[in-house]
Design a protein around this ligand. Structure first.
Ligand code: NAP
Length: 275
């Protein structure tokens, strides 16, 4: 019987997950479809019940439901529990719902695909303290990166995340002053997303050359922050790779198959106007 998968969020029309997973299902000879489902916050519980009852085999979870969905799942992996966020649900054989988070490890896989392990042993500056920063922070620690310094517009949130990660913290203005000491800089705030909000969370002009600088935003492909970092001699990476690798981990958990990430990164980059 044909299987079906989904992504739930609000908004959801802009999601590239349906195209990506549908391509992978076809490429791997699997008889399955993947659809976007618009779910508002007040209907999340009902939506989870319906997905289960209608035989959905698994789904991705995006903004704003990554934390709220936890209470409707039967079990979640310890890593997602620590982060307090789930982006992948797998329906187990007994019908129970198991939650995971593949965002952080997706980022690390993307980083290592582009730069091997050259970020290891470097001082890491993690900018932002929202859901994405939490996932990436936990993945960096578990994969042996660091020492990490967390900075954020709202200092208390940076302090809280730093406490959980056993990392350092400082006011964001101080990080801009001391930016040359970091060998790996990861921008996880929403500043610069969708061209809506221009600007930068901090100025990367004084980085040391060949610093690895990542911005997890992928639309636009090059934010103002990434452009300035590149002009200052940084080796830059946008968020397309993270997006594809988090999806690949979800796909693997549902199917046991490893999809082609390299070609998908190229396809999405072209779709977003890159080469
Ligand atoms: P979130 O939980 O809402 O966190 C937003 C973060 O951005 C917070 O640290 C917030 O700081 C900061 N911020 C927002 N507006 C700011 C401003 N004007 N100046 C300075 N800081 C500001 O969001 P999220 O889920 O972490 O997502 C963050 C970004 O990552 C989004 O652009 C999202 O699209 C992207 N993302 C990409 C991928 C991928 O696969 N490539 C995956 C997940 C997320 P405060 O704490 O001070 O509010």
């Amino acid at each position: 019987m044909k299987k079906w998968f989904a992504v739930i969020g609000d908004p959801i029309a802009q999601s590239m997950s349906p195209d990506m997973h549908s391509h992978w299902f076809a490429k791997n000879g699997l008889d399955a479809v993947y659809i976007p489902v618009h779910v508002t916050a007040d209907r999340l519980e009902q939506a989870v019940r319906s997905l289960r009852e209608l035989g959905c085999s698994g789904w991705n979870v995006t903004v704003p439901h990554k934390s709220a969905i936890i209470e409707y799942l039967d079990d979640i992996d310890p890593y997602a529990r620590k982060m307090g966020a789930v982006n992948t649900v797998r329906v187990m054989e007994d019908g129970s719902l198991f939650g995971m988070n593949t965002d952080g490890i997706g980022f690390v896989r993307s980083l290592e695909e582009q730069f091997a392990e050259s970020g290891k042993g470097q001082e890491v500056l993690l900018i932002g303290a929202g859901g994405a920063a939490r996932g990436i922070g936990y993945a960096l620690v578990s994969e042996g990166y660091g020492p990490i310094t967390c900075v954020n517009r709202t200092y208390a949130k940076a302090e809280r995340l730093a406490g959980e990660l056993h990392a350092g913290t400082m006011p964001i203005e101080d990080a801009a002053e001391q930016i040359a000491k970091f060998g790996l800089i990861i921008q996880t705030t929403s500043v610069g997303m969708n061209f809506a909000e221009n600007g930068m969370p901090l100025d990367p002009a004084r980085i040391k050359p060949e610093t690895v600088v990542c911005d997890i935003i992928y639309n636009p492909l090059e934010t103002q922050f990434l452009e300035q970092a590149r002009k200052a001699g940084g080796l830059t990476m946008n968020g397309v790779g993270m997006f594809v690798h988090q999806g690949a981990r979800s796909f693997e958990s549902w199917t046991g198959m490893e999809p082609d990430t390299k070609q998908m990164i190229e396809t999405i980059t072209k779709k977003l106007g890159g080469i």
